[in-house]
Ligand binder design. Structure first.
Ligand SMILES: [Zn+2]
Ligand SMILES: [Zn+2]
Ligand SMILES: [Zn+2]
Length: 130
């Protein structure tokens, strides 16, 4: 009689443990879904951050481009400066090791057509000496 009772009790315990295991397994499954969605979120955020940093980099590059080395002010490019003389601009371009014809840094001769509209020479009109 007592033994029978003990066996039943043990059965109940086994059932309980099995139930708990199932519950844990279910929770684990839910957690895996959550982890996956968190990972996806992180991935998306990383993408957003990357795009924002790229946009910031472009903005900074644009700002840098709009800095005038002659009047030490931002807002216009050195080549577009109204105060600076052509000689000053040429000196600046040579210091920057920029091509006088396209204002870019590149090795060898320029492959762009002559830029000056005043003399059709291989230099920007801004670098044209009177
Ligand atoms: Zn200027
Ligand atoms: Zn060039
Ligand atoms: Zn010229």
């Amino acid at each position: 009689m007592d033994e029978q009772l003990l066996l039943e009790e043990e059965n109940v315990i086994v059932d309980n443990v099995a139930d708990q295991l199932i519950t844990i397994a279910e929770r684990l499954a839910r957690m895996e879904v959550t982890i996956e969605s968190i990972q996806q979120e992180i991935h998306q955020l990383e993408g957003q951050l990357k795009r924002k940093l790229e946009a910031k980099g472009k903005m900074l590059a644009k700002k840098r481009k709009l800095y005038c080395a002659i009047c030490k002010l931002s807002g216009h490019e050195t080549t577009k400066c109204r105060k600076g003389s052509a000689a000053q601009k040429i000196q600046w371009a040579m210091e920057q090791k920029c091509c006088l014809n396209c204002n870019m840094q590149h090795p060898g001769a320029c492959n762009k057509p002559p830029a000056c509209i005043k003399c059709q020479g291989m230099h920007l009109t801004a670098f044209h000496l009177q």
